[in-house]
Ligand binder design. Structure first.
Ligand code: UDP
Length: 482
């Protein structure tokens, strides 16, 4: 019968921090709505999450894992992302296929406590094979894009940019030139704001091949039953309007992290340094600059020094996340930490290898956020009304920065040029400008309305849950016809 249709969603993220965070928050939201969810980690990440993963498991949500195909002792650093990707597309794909087959054969617990067969796959949009494999099994698949709608539209527009002759960029051309071809962003988007692999378009190298794969993945999302985006209509209505006609359906359900119940769901692959919260407690209201470049950014020692000089010159206390693998060619993080502490005269600086970022951004002492403008970080700052200074590193971060500085006006776009004087000037402006703070707070208020009951994202999430339940129906009909 209709009422009994049990939905079971298999969620399969690209196994890196930013993707895990967004997709885990979606998993928690679906489980909260009474949908069974199996969240698929890699064996390696599940081991890293350890007890934290188990802590969020509920009768509705469970964790499973497949090998990523790399040896256990492989370091899996940022530099290995290409290799990890290749391995997931081959060994990971085979393991995922086998798991999906076994889940379909598992009998439903007669008492109703067990997980029914998978009725929907929610696959990371960067893993197009996950959608195809699901459909081979007759399991409908949805694509989840964890980054901004504006970046997705830019990737989708690459073929058009080539047609118009905007790509490849002329050798030595000015990156500040505007580009045509991304609908709704004409005259606004500069070459430098396009997805960073565009800079290598036409070259014969790994980055050019990566762009091809990313564009194909974006176009492939139109085959999925629907596209899920971690964004809100209030932030990205124009981009969403251009995306929607090219997809079978679109759900804008973000910012998902703010919908997850408190206490925050633990997602960190690194150990969070809780001591920085106590340090923040000792600082004055809105006096601290929080600095984090996310989970993937790698900078040179020269860039590290530019940031440090700029921060010191700006004169505010700062909390800086320095991942152990973040600064190239540095012999030890201890030296970097010491350099920061010495420059900050010990009392004015605090270093963490990894911070509980969501709590940090919510802390009254934080006045602005120097960020790489990763989409999760951008949303986390936006929800808390914290102004950002954006130094985009790669991928979608350039276009996110452009929107922060030029559309939402919740912060400043440093562009990807690293210079101590710019850091100093922009940090001061973000800390002191009433205009930027005003827009940041207005965006925060709007996002809170979006995720509250009756708000656009909350309603989109309800529609998504109903959509997922509907996808069960064909199976039910088939059974009743037997
Ligand atoms: N993050 C964190 N602690 C840190 C740095 C980052 O918890 O010290 C989290 C941050 O809250 C965000 C994620 O890591 O949810 C990074 O994702 P984002 O999309 O901002 O950037 P990426 O790491 O994918 O480049």
């Amino acid at each position: 019968g209709k009422a009994a249709a049990p939905a079971h969603v298999l969620v399969f993220p690209w196994p890196i921090q930013g993707h895990l965070n967004a997709m885990l928050h979606l998993a928690v939201a679906l489980a909260g709505a009474g949908v069974h969810v199996t969240f698929l980690h890699t064996d390696y990440n599940l081991r890293r999450l350890g007890a934290a993963a188990a802590a969020v498991a509920s009768p509705w949500l469970r964790f499973m894992s497949v090998p990523d195909g790399l040896p256990d002792d492989h370091p899996r650093t940022v530099a290995d992302l290409g290799e990890i990707g290749r391995s997931i597309r081959t060994a990971g794909r085979a393991a995922y296929r086998a798991l999906l087959a076994s889940l379909q054969l598992m009998p439903v617990d007669a008492a109703g406590g067990g997980f029914p067969p998978v009725t929907t796959v929610v696959a990371d949009a960067l893993l197009p094979f996950a959608t195809d494999v699901a459909e081979e099994f007759g399991v409908p698949a949805l694509a989840f894009r964890t980054a901004s709608a504006c970046s997705f539209l830019a990737y989708m527009s690459v073929p058009r940019l080539v047609e118009l002759g905007e790509l490849p960029f002329p050798p030595g051309g000015d990156l500040d030139e505007p580009v045509r071809g991304v609908p709704g962003m004409e005259g606004f988007l500069r070459r430098r704001d396009l997805p960073s692999p565009c800079r290598h378009h036409g070259a014969n190298n790994d980055t050019a091949a990566l762009l091809g794969r990313l564009v194909n993945a974006a176009l492939h999302s139109s085959k999925a039953r629907a596209l899920i985006l971690n964004t809100a209509t209030s932030l990205e209505a124009p981009a969403l309007a251009h995306i929607a006609p090219r997809m079978r359906d679109v759900f804008a359900v973000g910012p998902l992290h703010a919908m997850s119940p408190a206490p925050a769901v633990a997602t960190s692959l690194w150990r969070e340094d809780d001591g920085c919260m106590a340090w923040l407690d000792g600082q004055a209201d809105r006096s601290v600059v929080y600095v984090s470049l996310g989970s993937l950014t790698v900078i040179s020692l020269e860039q590290f020094t530019e940031f440090l000089s700029g921060l010191v010159a700006a004169g505010y206390p700062f909390l800086w996340v320095l991942r152990p693998d973040m600064v190239m060619a540095s012999q030890s993080t201890t030296n970097l930490h010491e350099a920061v502490m010495a420059a900050g005269k010990n009392s004015k600086a605090r270093v963490a290898e990894w911070a509980p970022q969501r709590d940090v951004l919510r802390h009254r002492a934080v006045g602005c956020f120097l960020t790489h403008a990763g989409w999760n970080s951008t949303l986390e700052a936006a929800v808390e009304g914290v102004p950002t200074v954006c130094w985009p590193f790669f991928a979608d971060q350039q276009i996110n920065s452009r929107f922060v500085g030029g559309v939402w006006r919740t912060g400043l776009d440093m562009k990807d040029v690293c210079d101590a004087a710019v850091v100093e000037r922009m940090v001061r402006e973000a800390m002191e400008s009433g205009e930027i703070r005003g827009s940041a707070q207005a965006v925060a208020r709007q996002l809170r309305r979006d995720i509250a009951e009756g708000g656009s994202s909350a309603m989109e999430l309800e529609r998504l849950v109903a959509f997922i339940r509907e996808l069960v129906m064909p199976i039910q009909h088939a059974e009743s016809e037997l």
